[in-house]
Design a protein around this ligand. Structure first.
Ligand SMILES: [Zn+2]
Ligand SMILES: [Zn+2]
Ligand SMILES: [Zn+2]
Length: 276
């Protein structure tokens, strides 16, 4: 499996255009890996995870296109993860194809509700909706997908994370979520991931202790990893990579990389491509 990180920031990107904190100022000056767009991930060349507001610009910056995308998985209805405009532009897409290719659009119900507001038909966008709930499993062409319940703002209600298996390898994208609730762990028992992508939104804000229901700090990441090791979701062969960072609590790329390395975790950056 190949995964391309088309963005690695939380909702306000890094640097935030409305912020002059030292982390944002550092990013403005040093650019490179310290410039982070909001999250989207391209798996192989045909499966997208998230369709956030930076998706189109990220395609140009990281030299990818979406012509071959056959499936899109959305985790939840927060605006940094889903912007319906990304689907509306498909209406004018594929001008040289006789028939518009269909894309499976997999998302929890609250995301589907956002999509209802575009005024554009699913047929015009070339999508087939597949609503998903926690613990549903679905088979797509080339993939086995399972949703697990994310611990993410109870008022969002239906946020999920996805386990994605392309027949060669298996990844869990654990974002957005705080530490999983007990009901989740039996679903991860013995799954022996090849790769874990895990959010570390609130970075070094260790006041953001496990037990809260929004995001993970470094402590939360450590707790998730330790639990996953205990139940065989992570083995000695599993690679781990962190993503979805906020300028409010995450140091620059180099510093954050050094901190995460202590836990055996790689720090993602925009444009990173992993093969596993
Ligand atoms: Zn987010
Ligand atoms: Zn800032
Ligand atoms: Zn969120």
């Amino acid at each position: 499996m190949k995964i391309t990180f088309l963005g690695t920031a939380a909702a306000d990107q890094i640097p935030s255009p409305y912020c002059d904190c030292p982390r944002c100022e550092y990013a403005r000056e040093n650019r490179g890996k310290d410039l982070r767009k909001r999250c989207n991930y391209l798996i192989n060349d045909d499966l997208l995870v998230e369709m956030g507001p930076d998706l189109l610009v990220a395609c140009n910056m990281h030299d990818v296109h979406l012509m071959d995308v056959k499936h899109a998985l959305i985790t939840h209805s927060h605006r940094d993860h889903f912007d319906a405009a990304n689907l509306v532009v498909r209406k004018q897409g594929f001008p040289n194809r006789e028939e518009k290719p269909q894309m499976d659009f997999i998302a929890p119900p609250s995301v589907m509700t956002l999509l209802n507001g575009t005024g554009v038909t699913d047929k015009a966008m070339g999508i087939r909706r597949i609503p998903i709930l926690p613990y549903d499993s679905i088979t797509l062409a080339g993939y086995q997908i399972k949703a697990v319940k994310a611990t993410h703002y109870p008022q969002v209600g239906d946020a999920v994370n996805y386990i994605i298996d392309d027949g060669t390898s298996r990844v869990l994208i654990a974002s957005d979520t705080a530490v999983y609730k007990d009901e989740v762990w039996p679903h991860l028992e013995g799954i022996a991931l090849d790769q874990l992508i895990i959010e570390c939104t609130v970075g070094t804000n260790i006041a953001n202790l496990p037990g809260q229901t929004r995001h993970l700090s470094i402590n939360g990441v450590e707790e998730m990893i330790s639990k996953m090791k205990e139940i065989g979701a992570i083995t000695e062969k599993t690679a781990i990579c962190a993503t979805h960072f906020t300028h409010q609590h995450c140091p620059n790329h180099e510093e954050l990389s050094a901190i995460l390395k202590n836990f055996g975790v790689q720090c993602a950056y925009d444009g990173l491509v992993l093969h596993f």
